[in-house]
Write a protein that binds this ligand. Sequence first.
Ligand SMILES: Cc1cc2nc3c(=O)[nH]c(=O)nc-3n(C[C@H](O)[C@H](O)[C@H](O)COP(=O)(O)O)c2cc1C
Length: 161
Amino acid sequence: MRVEDIKTNVFEMFNKDWCLIAANKGNHFNMMTASWGGLGILWNRPVATIYIRPQRYTKEFVDDSDYFTISFFDQTHRDMLNVMGSKSGRDINKENYGGLHGRVQDGFVCFDEALLTVKCRKIYQDSIKPEKFLDETIGKHYPLEDYHDMYIGEIVEVIEQ
Ligand SMILES: Cc1cc2nc3c(=O)[nH]c(=O)nc-3n(C[C@H](O)[C@H](O)[C@H](O)COP(=O)(O)O)c2cc1C
């Protein structure tokens, strides 16, 4: 489908429904829950932006791959999203998590259960820098000084199922 045909409210998709960010290294993949991100336009292209803290195992996969996916699910997958957002793939085998069927297809990690899959090709990566904050936000979100890396990906395909 075209990005213009995404009818769900983007703010609710991220902040209320949450998503999985996923990427692969060869045949293996990892994913984590995210609620911060955005869909928009940059450099005349549809893009998705995600933010990953340095300690996330998923970051190793996103850094290793040319691509990442953002997958959205219905509410029946809330427990899964809680697990993917509280456990690390360093400690549990997320690939074989029950009820979730993920696979690597042409460099993208896709889940059979996802309602919407946004496939992205990485264009730009940078780290959030403490000295660039213009207000007090830094104090609230970075007591550990674990500043996110920001990834901007060109949306190459959106799959609704
Ligand atoms: C609702 C929710 C939203 C989250 N959003 C983000 C996010 O946007 N960026 C991030 O780095 N971590 C976020 N997390 C935390 C990661 O999902 C969590 O640390 C996860 O266990 C990392 O797994 P990994 O080590 O296998 O990558 C979120 C967690 C939850 C529950």
